[in-house]
Design a protein around this ligand. Structure first.
Ligand code: PEP
Length: 250
């Protein structure tokens, strides 16, 4: 059901000790009483300890990625079953760094989505256009194609387990953020695209997060837009006070 979510993607940052320190700081500083779901995504190696650490808190844990196969000869990879076995029930898929640096195609991401759903996991599905797409006025087409190729094979019931994260690639880690109006325009388009494919019930029920250089000083304005249901936060998720300020901006 549509609700406010703030998720922190820690990427390849924080060793075991630093993870524990940041989790402790988050437990101290994050609000307990806000109607917002709070998620952190540390690296694979620290997921199990994070799940333990956060057991009696209002913060849950997501993985940053997983493999699309059930198991087998995939050296260095992690499966949905492994994540579930340590209590991780949410996975981020299709992040732009996975798409560009690790060459994940829409077909691979769609297979990952299917595997995650087979294991009753929730998916935070990331997508968004590159700068050249926006300059060429192709951003709506690119976003629509990513949605269609990654998710539109799903049946209606599967959408209960999908959270969308619109992340324009040109705004990720660059300090340049989409304006609140640009974010709202795209989020509205995304909801409309889902409405056309699946109907109003699904379109109104899906949470759509914005990601791309969200910081304490721009979060409130972005989150105030009617189709923005929260944020996927990279750099600012690595400092407890910044992440807490962003959560408080909801
Ligand atoms: C991200 O990587 O998902 C992200 C939004 O990063 P940043 O907030 O650093 O732009």
């Amino acid at each position: 059901m549509r609700h406010h979510i703030v998720a922190g993607n820690w990427k390849m940052n924080k060793n075991a000790e630093q993870t524990e320190d940041l989790l402790n700081a988050l437990i101290d500083q994050l609000p307990q009483d806000k109607a917002v779901e709070i998620i952190v995504a540390p690296t694979f190696i620290n997921l199990a300890s994070a799940v333990d650490h956060l057991e009696y808190t209002n913060i849950s844990v997501a993985a940053q990625n997983m493999h699309e196969a059930e198991s087998g000869a995939f050296t260095g990879e992690i499966s949905a079953d492994m994540l579930k076995s340590i209590g991780v029930n949410t996975v981020i898929l299709g992040h732009s760094e996975r798409r560009t640096i690790f060459h994940e195609t829409d077909a691979i991401i769609a297979a990952k989505v299917d595997k995650a759903l087979q294991h009753q996991m929730r998916v935070i599905f990331c997508f968004g256009e590159e700068l050249k797409d926006r300059k060429d006025d192709q951003h709506f087409n690119v976003v629509e194609n990513q949605l269609r190729d990654g998710l539109f094979h799903l049946d209606k019931t599967a959408w209960e387990s999908i959270v969308l994260a619109y992340e324009p690639v040109w705004a990720i880690g660059t300090g340049e953020t989409a304006s609140p109006e640009q974010a709202q325009e795209m989020h509205q388009f995304i909801r409309e695209t889902i409405r056309k494919a699946y109907g109003s019930d699904i379109a109104e029920a899906v949470s759509i997060l914005y990601g791309g250089s969200v910081k304490p000083d721009n979060a409130a304005e972005i989150f105030s837009k009617p189709d923005v249901d929260g944020g996927l936060i990279g750099g600012a998720a690595l400092k407890a006070e910044d992440f807490a300020a962003i959560v408080n901006a909801i």
